[in-house]
Design a protein around this ligand. Structure first.
Ligand code: SF4
Length: 101
């Protein structure tokens, strides 16, 4: 039985990679910037496409669980890293600190 997939809305940036990889299963509704599950995969090909979409999601916003699993809760953890412009490897708000021995 194929796995069950879901979008964690708080993590989705609406990039559309999931709907490109698995258009039968994910979409970004017109006027929104958050992906949603159109339907759970029903074939191994659709499941494969959904797993690929999970791999491509830059925010880790797609979750795959067992077919009979309950909806996943948002995992506790650190906030995603802040992107910096190319060539700017030092964020402006970082101040060097001195470690006490
Ligand atoms: S690939 Fe991830 S971040 Fe991009 S639209 Fe899909 S769920 Fe959202």
């Amino acid at each position: 039985m194929p796995r069950r997939f879901e979008v964690v809305e708080e993590d989705c940036i609406g990039c559309g990679l999931c709907s490109e990889r698995a258009p039968e299963n994910f979409e970004i509704p017109t006027g929104t910037s958050v992906a949603q599950v159109l339907k759970q995969p029903e074939t191994s090909a659709e499941e494969e496409a959904c797993l690929e979409a999970c791999d491509y999601c830059p925010m880790g916003g797609l979750h795959a669980g067992a077919a009979d699993s309950p909806p996943a809760e948002k995992p506790a953890g650190p906030a995603p890293p802040t992107l910096t412009p190319a060539g700017d490897s030092t964020p402006a708000d970082v101040t060097p600190t001195r470690l006490e021995s």
